[in-house]
Write a protein that binds this ligand. Structure first.
Ligand SMILES: Cc1ncc(C[n+]2csc(CCOP(=O)(O)OP(=O)(O)O)c2C)c(N)n1
Ligand code: SF4
Length: 291
């Protein structure tokens, strides 16, 4: 790691406005630590997000940043990565943003093995809009939109990611920030789509999935004989219910990435000069035709 890169270089002057004790503070620190561990300079990083409390993160880190639309962080990140494959692109957001409105984009980016890191702050509710159920809320969870308990089966994002083609799938917990930082560092170093689903409690609106709730249930895969290259073992660990929840790298494999290998030799987009290739006259007549 180049000695010149320090955590301080990633710290923004803008301080987070999250509620005190929100799990997202640990994710911000974990991302800064993970980036520092990999030795990547802030100028070589772009952090892209959608909308939500967690999606405010790009404002609190000193890298390039893009705070996009709800559920649209992955398309923006895809554009950033294809326009400049040398940038390390990290997407940050919530379970509502990524596994709800943005789920189609999430699946296709994994299928394409776009070389980005996706960190989902999974608090099992919509935090910013005051605690409605999200796609990861437990069945029976009582919220203001589900006063009699959620009727829906939740999504299991890590099973979904392995099945959809992500090449690095891991789970972390805001209550164990050093472990999380290590996993984030590994995800950023991985060549291919890496998903890190982080249990990041919403202390204000989710009184069910608290720090204590997770502390009682999580265990580390490193303490067991789990081989992340073994698909069946990865699926088995990823499918464990919410009574015993594994943290760590569930699945890791390699296959060609969209940006580096599948587009090799193509002049678009890495060498695109911003021109449409049309003359001014052709452009004007095309516009007139479309009016
Ligand atoms: C198109 C659109 N639909 C709905 C909203 C309202 N909205 C803002 S944030 C949000 C959910 C955020 O939840 P999550 O992604 O889990 O993030 P958290 O706030 O919990 O970190 C919703 C529904 C919006 N901004 N845009
Ligand atoms: S509402 Fe929840 S998710 Fe949003 S900042 Fe507060 S604790 Fe965090």
């Amino acid at each position: 790691m180049p000695a010149s890169i320090t955590e301080a270089q990633f710290r923004s002057e803008t301080k987070p406005d999250w509620c005190p004790s929100c799990g997202d503070f640990a994710v911000l620190s974990g991302l800064i630590k993970g980036l520092t561990q990999t030795g990547i300079a802030p100028k070589d990083v772009a952090v892209v997000s959608g909308i939500g409390c967690s999606s405010n993160l790009p404002g609190f880190i000193r890298t390039y940043g893009f705070h996009s639309l709800h559920g649209r962080s992955i398309p923006v990140a895809t554009g950033v990565k294809l326009a400049n494959p040398n940038l390390h692109v990290v997407v940050t957001g919530g379970d509502g943003d990524g596994y709800g409105i943005g789920i189609g984009h999430f699946i296709h980016a994994m299928r394409r093995n776009l070389n980005i890191t996706y960190i989902v702050m999974n608090n099992e509710v919509y935090g910013l809009t005051t605690g409605q159920i999200s796609p990861t809320s437990e069945k029976g969870h009582v919220t203001k939109t589900t006063p009699q308990g959620s009727l829906e089966e939740p999504i299991n994002p890590v099973v979904l990611a392995i099945a959809a083609g992500a090449t690095f799938v891991a789970r972390a917990f805001s209550g164990d920030p050093n472990h999380m930082a290590k996993i984030i560092g590994q995800g950023i170093s991985h060549k291919g789509f890496s998903l890190i689903d982080v249990f990041s409690p919403c202390v204000t609106f989710n009184k069910l999935n608290t720090y204590d709730y997770f502390r009682k249930r999580v265990f580390k895969l490193e303490d067991e004989s789990h081989d992340p290259a073994n698909f069946n073992s990865a699926m088995e660990k990823a499918s464990m219910g919410n009574e015993k929840i594994p943290l760590g790298v569930l699945w890791k494999t390699e296959r060609p990435t969209l940006d580096a290998e599948k587009l090799k030799g193509s002049t678009f987009p890495a060498e695109w000069n911003g021109s449409s290739g049309l003359t001014d006259q052709q452009f004007e007549s095309l516009l007139a035709e479309l009016k």
